[in-house]
Design a binder for this molecule. Structure first.
Ligand code: PLP
Length: 400
């Protein structure tokens, strides 16, 4: 009999994995599904980055590297933090690993004990709460609200902190809400963090380059260098450079924490892929025009999706300030019936209906800790988005 570990007992396949499997099954049966559930850029990795990988392979860079990254990628990360964020990290304050997710996992593995608490504002990226629970710690989920732009309020944070709080984890711009924390938002939160020296602040800047505002992106470590000793800044190349499959993420933080993260990596992934590191160094150092091109494309798609949503009776969504997601409020349709006579009483019901009966894949809001919503991704072609949005519109109109 197969017996999973206790660590795994609380964690099932994520709603996104389930949606991906259900979508693949319908496609296998010959159904044409408009895919709006996936969180990855549909663009190809830019050619200069691919070339750098080929050069690395030909040059024989195909062996283990230093655990925390080659000197080349580490200095590219160091330059990136200094150039784009105004943060200076020493060599022993940077770790490059196999994806940002592995860094989140390692940071939690390195610091959490049973009974510890991690404060996570909802809606949140699906993996956060599951990783925390896998460590035997508790994810303290704090709901945020559309009227606050889905951003954590300092008073709510203050109330949630207990002697067991180890981390606050924020992702901006946010997957799935698209919320972008501005300087003033962070300043209020950092004041609370300052008052509670046992609380550390983990920040996931994965979508830094996908923001639609003109004002500059800000990250907490740059605002309060005096608190840098307990801030971990996580980022990666997956989304900005359409490099999800290369698996390179990086982080900057206090040296003792980075040393502990390296201890976790030394007994799990070892170094990240040597070839992908060379590619990521080119991504960070080379021309950035692809990033700007993708952004223009995402902006056009966001506008298309928001216009289409405004024609969908019963749905509403705040315009995302960043990322390639829209988080759609469907509460006005709650309790209605599908043409087949099935009552729609939760996010899974609605997303199942949209997939099975209407042919468009989305992700239930509850997967992100927030009921009454679903997430659509606009990281797909305009034609697919138009098709998907038309199906959502017709599907919602058919609910009675
Ligand atoms: N952080 C957020 C908010 C994400 O949405 C994702 C991917 O979906 C990641 C991290 C994972 O990044 P990586 O591909 O570097 O593991």
């Amino acid at each position: 009999i197969f017996r999973p570990s206790q660590a795994l007992s609380k964690v099932g396949p994520s709603a996104i994995t389930r949606m991906t499997a259900a979508t693949a099954e319908l496609k296998r049966q010959g159904r044409q599904i408009a895919s709006m559930h996936l969180g990855e850029p549909d663009f190809r990795t830019p050619e200069n980055i691919v070339e750098a990988a080929i050069r690395a392979m030909r040059a024989g860079d195909t062996h283990y590297t230093a655990l925390d990254g080659t000197p080349e990628i580490k200095s590219a990360v160091q330059e990136k933090f200094s150039r784009e964020n105004g943060i200076y990290f020493d060599n022993d304050q940077i770790v490059v690993s196999s994806g940002a997710k592995m860094l989140l996992f390692s940071a939690f593995f390195a610091t959490l004990n049973p009974g510890d608490e991690v404060i996570i504002p909802a809606p949140y990226w699906v993996s956060y709460a599951d990783i925390v629970e896998m460590m035997g710690a508790r994810a303290v989920v704090l709901p945020t609200h559309a009227q606050d732009g889905f951003k954590l309020q300092a008073e709510d944070l203050e109330r949630a902190i207990t002697p067991n709080t180890r981390w606050l984890l924020i992702n901006s711009p946010s997957n799935p809400s698209g919320a972008l924390y501005r300087r003033a938002d962070y300043e209020r939160i950092l004041e609370v963090i300052e008052r509670h020296p046992h609380v550390w602040f983990m920040i996931d800047d994965m979508y830094e380059h996908i923001i639609f505002q003109d004002e500059p992106f800000v990250t907490p470590a740059q605002l309060r260098p005096d608190l840098q000793g307990r801030i971990l800044t996580i980022n990666g190349v997956s989304k900005a450079y359409a490099m999800t499959g290369w698996r390179i993420g990086y982080a900057g933080g206090p040296a003792p924490l980075m040393k502990a993260i390296k201890a976790v990596l030394s007994q799990s992934t070892s170094c990240p892929c040597s070839i992908a590191q060379a590619a990521a160094a080119e991504a960070l150092r080379g021309p950035q025009d692809a990033v700007r091109r993708y952004l223009a494309e995402y902006r056009a798609r966001r506008d298309l999706v928001m216009t289409e949503l405004s024609h969908c009776a019963g749905l509403k969504a705040t315009e995302p300030d960043g990322t390639f997601y829209a988080f759609v409020d469907w509460n006005a349709l709650f309790g209605r019936s599908t043409p087949k006579g099935e009552t729609v009483t939760d996010d899974e019901d609605l997303c199942r209906y949209l997939l099975q009966d209407c042919g468009v894949s989305t992700v239930p809001g509850l997967a992100f800790g927030t009921q009454g919503f679903f997430r659509i991704s606009f990281a797909s072609t305009e034609a697919e988005l138009r098709l998907g949005m038309a199906r959502i519109r017709e599907g919602c109109a058919a609910l009675i």
